[in-house]
Design a binder for this molecule. Structure first.
Ligand code: FES
Ligand SMILES: [Fe+2]
Length: 383
């Protein structure tokens, strides 16, 4: 995040404290409750957002060396990501070209030289090329070059891996211009220098709630005082936050209680993560939270209209990790996790209550404007 932006956000939040105001929007916004359970809309979201948009499926540390691979099924497409001996990271459908078994059953691994299908032993190299057909005479003179693993568009940048989960045709380029997709978020992601960071923890959290309802819980600070009085609220000022729409994405900063220590100090020395948490809602389903020494990555995946899985990872810089004991990072993760339990617990009741007929739509107040933006972008994308 550019220093000028950091100062502007901190200044804005200090002004809110001084004047006891909030980052209000122009008015109310709404989203219909059907959007959280309607099967037709759900299918459309999967087909458009989870097949045509770049989706975060992991981070660089999982596949650092040639021969490293991971598999990922949460988008609904079986994905295989492997780093070749040439250092290039590639993504494929994890589907054998013979009779469609998965070619790699493991979640991850290293030192791989070839993927050998468990069903009849067809083998593929790290670039997806079909190496050999076992008892090949039975297939006559089939052109092996046309039976490579189906490729997917992939980008690896800023420590993250994005994939577009739709098979490419042979003539199509697998390069994904993620900077164009990030737009105004690009300088921020570059600035956090996350490329070399390591994973402290990962957990999938499965819940009976629509995947968008999970993202909703991240988009305002209004609820902190009421829902998180003992977990994260003690760290933050009450609803002192800035919200900004950046193309399809959203940037939020939330002030910690130490913010007012900045009054009177030279702005050149201000650093936003000393006194605030910076949160990005990266369209359509990922939230990144940056604090002084780590990043939380939250990616919400649909399982069914009313069921989802949240992939929650914590990444830390190796220098910071070396400086602090494991107990520090564990306490940090536990704090996040405690707030998540509170958010997702209430989210499941909201999911059920969407069927009661009490509300035809959710109402978003002036400082819940980011929810209005988010749902408007979803609606626009699937229209
Ligand atoms: S399905 Fe993979 S070798 Fe037959
Ligand atoms: Fe929350």
């Amino acid at each position: 995040m550019r220093h000028a932006d950091q100062v502007a956000y901190l200044e804005r939040m200090l002004r809110m404290v001084r004047t006891n105001t909030r980052d209000d929007g122009p008015g109310l916004s709404h989203t219909p409750v059907e959007g959280y359970f309607d099967p037709v809309q759900y299918r459309r979201e999967v087909d458009v957002l989870f097949r045509r948009h770049p989706i975060v499926v992991g981070h660089s540390e999982q596949v650092r060396k040639p021969g490293d691979f991971v598999t990922h099924d949460a988008t609904g497409q079986p994905i295989l990501i492997a780093r070749g001996t040439d250092g290039v990271l590639r993504a494929f459908l994890n589907v054998c070209r013979h009779r469609s078994a998965c070619v790699e059953p493991a979640a991850c691994g290293s030192n791989k030289r070839a993927f050998v299908c468990a069903y009849h032993g067809w083998a593929y190299d790290l670039t997806g090329r079909l190496l050999g057909i076992t008892d090949g005479t039975a297939f006559g003179d089939v052109d092996k070059s046309r039976y490579g693993l189906r490729r997917l568009k992939i980008a690896e940048k800023y420590g993250l891996i994005w994939v577009v989960p739709t098979a490419l045709e042979d003539h199509e380029d697998a390069t994904l211009d993620i900077d164009a997709y990030l737009g105004r978020l690009q300088p921020d992601l570059e600035g956090w220098t996350m490329a070399g960071w390591v994973r402290h923890s990962f957990e999938p959290i499965r819940r009976q709630m629509n995947w968008k309802l999970v993202i909703d819980t991240f988009l305002e600070l209004y609820h902190f005082r009421y829902l998180h009085p003992e977990s994260v609220f003690p760290l933050f000022l009450d609803n002192i936050a800035t919200y900004e729409q950046m193309g399809q994405h959203i940037r939020i900063a939330a002030a910690k209680r130490t913010l007012t220590e900045l009054e009177g100090s030279p702005q050149e020395s201000w650093r936003i993560t000393d006194h605030a948490i910076v949160l990005y809602a990266m369209f359509p389903n990922t939230v990144l939270t940056y604090t002084q020494d780590h990043c939380g990555i939250f990616t919400s995946f649909p399982i069914a209209p009313e069921e989802s899985v949240l992939h929650f990872s914590v990444l830390v810089s190796p220098e910071e990790k070396a400086k602090k004991p494991d107990s520090y990072w564990e306490a940090n993760r536990n704090l996040f996790a405690a707030a998540l339990v509170e958010d997702l617990g209430i989210g499941e009741t909201i999911q059920r209550n969407c069927h009661t007929g009490a509300n035809r739509q959710q109402t978003f107040g002036k400082f819940e404007k980011a929810l209005g933006w988010y749902h408007a972008e979803i609606d626009k994308a699937i229209a």
